[in-house]
Ligand binder design. Structure first.
Ligand code: NDP
Length: 458
């Protein structure tokens, strides 16, 4: 049967656009449907606008630090509306770039909400289109627990467009989004409280990094309420009053929830078509080739709720286009995926955490350094950088590299190449560092951290 398209992509975010462009480049007839702005979560309401706000917040530190280097200036004044307007202009420009890239690649943009009719038919704004292959790159959305007063809270979507900087923000959650926005709001001058249900921030990251982050955030005035859960939220004449499950009370004039995201998999006919979804998260189940349970229907990115990172969605999209349209089968599974958190201070991580490495390997060696960055000697800022390497003793292979401190994402991005190539500790040791930088510490780590048992016996 002749279809209208070879590939019909639903969702013009990072993954969908990458797959569509690559497929079109190989001559496939491609359409891509989008019901919101082109660019998706990352470009419109995630990574990019967030990072612009992170830069804005870091200027506060820079201005303070400058005094130690001889600068004298009157206290700087920040304009939140000015920042938001500049950020919005940049996002609009980027959206235009994405639209141009799709057009130039020859992928047709169809604006409207898409619904699956069958395994080869998609309906958008009342019009049906047929395709040999359908790609679901439909992303996710923030989720909040159902508690009384939850209608008063904002998510990261609204946080990026607030009309004014709140004076006193309370953020519930301790994941990527929560710690990043805590750094943004605090850097720009707001009082920030965080509410987490566990003991530490950033579940899943290396424990040393988690402990260090909390210490640094507290040193910047952020209050972290651990083992605390919110039972209800009441609107007061000014701001909000929050009751905790333990019977305590907290107040704030803006409450933000960053309690995770959920795939956008309801209301578009996926379950009706027999596409298997995870019963708990609603994520689309896929195999290593991004295949769903229905032949010729594929899914990538946050809709599959695996790594939920822009570069992985792009890699999955490109792998699919290579497989389907370039006789170049590439599996979407990725082994070494670095990640960064744009908290203040920033975090970069690649490979296994110490906990994961201990579980998977018989014996590991840990190398760790904690030092005051050179810049802090003159700025007087009370901050330390922490770096850690995790090495498999049997093979000498570096299993994980973790860092918290200025430029951590940039440094770990480079080290990810080494870990992808399977570098050993010996090869790290042979590498010449650049002096004076923080990155040279990663190639000059010589002293092993005593083993937990030996440590206990000290
Ligand atoms: P995360 O999954 O990272 O964190 C969710 C946080 O909310 C956790 O601290 C979790 O606690 C807590 N939580 C969950 N449910 C509740 C609840 N009912 N009550 C109280 N606390 C709760 O989600 P985010 O929303 O921060 O981010 C979503 C995803 O977006 C991330 O996983 C990441 O993949 C991606 N992202 C990546 C970024 C980057 O690469 N820099 C930046 C931003 C987002 P607990 O730990 O106890 O479960």
């Amino acid at each position: 049967m002749a279809y209208d398209f070879d590939l019909f992509t639903i969702g013009a975010g990072s993954g969908g656009v990458a797959a569509s462009r690559r497929a079109a480049r190989y001559g496939a007839r491609v359409a891509i449907a989008e019901h919101s702005r082109v660019g998706g979560t990352c470009v419109i309401r995630g990574c990019v606008p967030k990072k612009l706000l992170v830069y804005a917040a870091h200027f506060a530190d820079e201005a303070e630090d400058a005094a130690g280097f001889g600068w004298r200036m009157s206290p700087p004044v920040h304009s939140w509306p000015g920042l938001i307007a500049a950020k919005n202009a940049e996002i609009t420009r980027l959206e235009g770039v994405y639209r141009t890239m799709l057009r130039e690649a020859g992928a047709g943009l169809i604006e409207g909400t898409a619904k699956l009719i069958d395994a080869h038919t998609v309906e958008v704004a009342g019009k049906r289109h047929t395709a040999a292959n359908i790609l679901l790159a439909i992303g996710g959305h923030p989720v909040t627990p159902k508690i009384p007063g939850i209608e008063y809270v904002i998510s990261s979507n609204e946080a990026l467009d607030l009309p004014a900087l709140p004076r006193n923000v309370l953020i519930v959650g301790g994941g990527y989004i929560a710690v990043e926005f805590a750094g943004i709001f605090a850097g720009l001058g707001a009082q920030v409280q965080m509410v987490i249900r566990g003991d530490e921030l950033l579940n899943g990251f290396d424990d040393d990094i988690r402990v260090h982050l909390a210490r640094e955030m507290r040193a910047r005035g952020i209050v972290i309420h651990t083992r605390t859960e919110i039972a209800s939220i009441e609107k007061e004449r000014e701001g909000f009053n929050l009751a905790t499950k333990a019977g305590g009370e907290l107040s704030a004039d803006c409450v933000m929830y960053a309690t995770g995201r959920r795939p956008n998999t309801t209301g578009m006919g996926l379950a009706e078509l027999g596409i298997a979804l995870d019963p708990e998260s609603g994520a689309i189940k896929v195999d290593d080739w991004s295949r769903t349970s229905v032949p010729n229907v594929y899914a990538i990115g946050d809709a599959t709720d695996m790594l939920n990172l822009t570069p992985t969605a792009i890699a999955e999209g490109r792998a699919l286009a290579e497989t389907l349209f370039n006789h170049n089968p590439i599996s979407a599974r990725l082994e070494v995926v670095p990640t960064a958190v744009f908290s203040n201070p920033t975090i970069g991580a690649v490979g296994l955490t110490e906990r994961e490495a201990r579980a998977a390997h018989a014996t590991i060696d840990i190398y760790r350094t904690l030092f005051r960055p050179l810049k802090a000697t003159l700025s007087g800022r009370d901050e330390k950088t922490l770096m850690k390497l995790i090495v498999d003793r049997a093979s000498d292979k570096v299993l994980g590299a973790h860092m918290i401190g200025p430029d951590a994402p940039e440094i770990i991005g480079g080290l990810a190449v080494a870990l992808t190539c399977g570098a050993t500790k010996k090869q790290f040791d042979r590498t010449i560092g650049i002096h004076p930088t923080a990155s040279e510490e990663f190639v000059t780590l010589r002293t092993k951290v005593p083993e937990p048992k030996a440590k206990a016996a000290e």
